[in-house]
Design a protein around this ligand. Sequence first.
Ligand code: SIN
Length: 569
Amino acid sequence: MKGSEYLADGPPSPAGPPAAPVAPFISRRGADLRYSSYDVLVVGGGIAGLTAALGAANRWNVGLITKSTLDQTTTFLAQGGIAAAMSPHDSPELHFKDTLEAGVGLCDEEAVRVLVEEGPARIRELEELGTRFDKRDGKLILGKEGAHSRARVVHAGGDATGSVVASALADVITSGGRVELHENEFVIDLLMDGGRCVGAASLGEEGELTVSLARAVVLACGGAGQVYSRTTNPLVATGDGHAMAYRAGAVMRDMEFMQFHPTAFYGAENPTLLLTEALRGEGAYLRDDAGERFMVGSHPRAELAPRDVVVRHMRRIFDRDATDHVWLDARHLEAAFLRKRFPTVYNGLAKRGFDLCTQLIPVAPASHYFIGGVLTDTWGRTTIPGLYACGETASTGIHGANRLASNSLLEGLVFGERTVRELNRYLAVADPAVRKVKLGLADEVREGNDPAAVAEGRALVGRTMTDLCGIVRDREGLDKARETLEALQASLAAPGLNVAELELFNLLSVAEHIVAAAILREESRGVHLRSDFPERDDGHWRCHILARRDPGSGRPALETGPVESREEA
Ligand code: SIN
């Protein structure tokens, strides 16, 4: 196997560290190779990617590649809204405190300050761009969600915030012609040169391989909810950004923390319908089979306790009553209000034969938001020069061990915009263009894997993670999960140029990380619940878990790192 090379004009770039002795992820054999070149290549079309691409396009030549279409993102499905201190009864300080409290001791304070202080300006900019947030008498209507001390969730279209915001941003992208948009194009891997990221290789719908050289790459590929068999995330949320950053040698952080949303519709669909937390914010209850409101008396905020707390109490009910779901009750709320405020949920349930206004709705937790991600500073910089990350792909430290509801769209906006400011600084002084790159693609013919085996492999990852590394974990189950994932990995041939296969490899990589970090963290904190270590242990575990690829084995090597915070433990 030997690497292939793409030569462009100009002197050779400086030699970097020796390449890791791990087989190249992509084989070019049999593919039609094309080339593009940008100042900035953004990967991902959710709120963070759209924000970064739009901002960067004010000064730079920008390409945006998304694996599906702009209306098939996790952002597009977001219901609740965007948290920001927009009311005179609120302040960034209160938002800061709530975020830290929800994050159970692991939030990075500086990053949270940035989030809460810059958030309101980003919301106003979205409005200037044409986003119509829900208002009454000209004033924003602010919703309440779990663990917020104030009503501060800006929403649009009732519970259609994600699609309204994403459409507003996408309209500017598609009408302005300032960003070169490539939909249905799957970015497979990053291109590295001398330890610096210089672009990405992607697979088009016709099987063509495109080499996009770029002076900077922004990963905004969303999360990895599809690692689990029950998820609110769309089918495309397969951790591609996480996996490719890891393969390139970036440091990953807090991969054990996958947040489960308490109220996803109880059904066997993938993805499952989210029943927004804003429903509980408007007064909906959670009930057990006997009709009891089990959160009352369990937490001072009852149904509006932090998300991890609600999920833990649901688990308690599941164990006590030998069941796997509870009930969401909105029957006491006014029907006309429910239909207007929650059209997505109301219509989604109606399609499934349920009436939100008159029936109890069965709900159970589902994977929803991946806190773990590519380590970045507050300017989107990863540990690899030329590589940036924002949104759910990144780990800025704002979420700690449990994300505060509706801080994620805000994160995409705030850190997408800050990434642009940093790109402006970096590109003003960085090398003007990438001139010569060793692509590092394999030249062997790859048969790939049988599609049925790939589909079964994906299902196996989902089942394994749900059963053995889901809401509750223990060492025995985690060891079994690790063995199962390793056996699956060993049974697969190197991936061919096929999206389903490449996604499976990415899912496996992320699952391997989650399990490894979950084994290491011997305590229970936030969304990570170990039945064999049921207590929070600040003495040993008030720290982050960092992972980077061991160049010899290709496997994650883990270590702990400090929390950048002055808050009291
Ligand atoms: C929801 O609408 O409940 C989801 C909001 C979020 O995940 O932040």
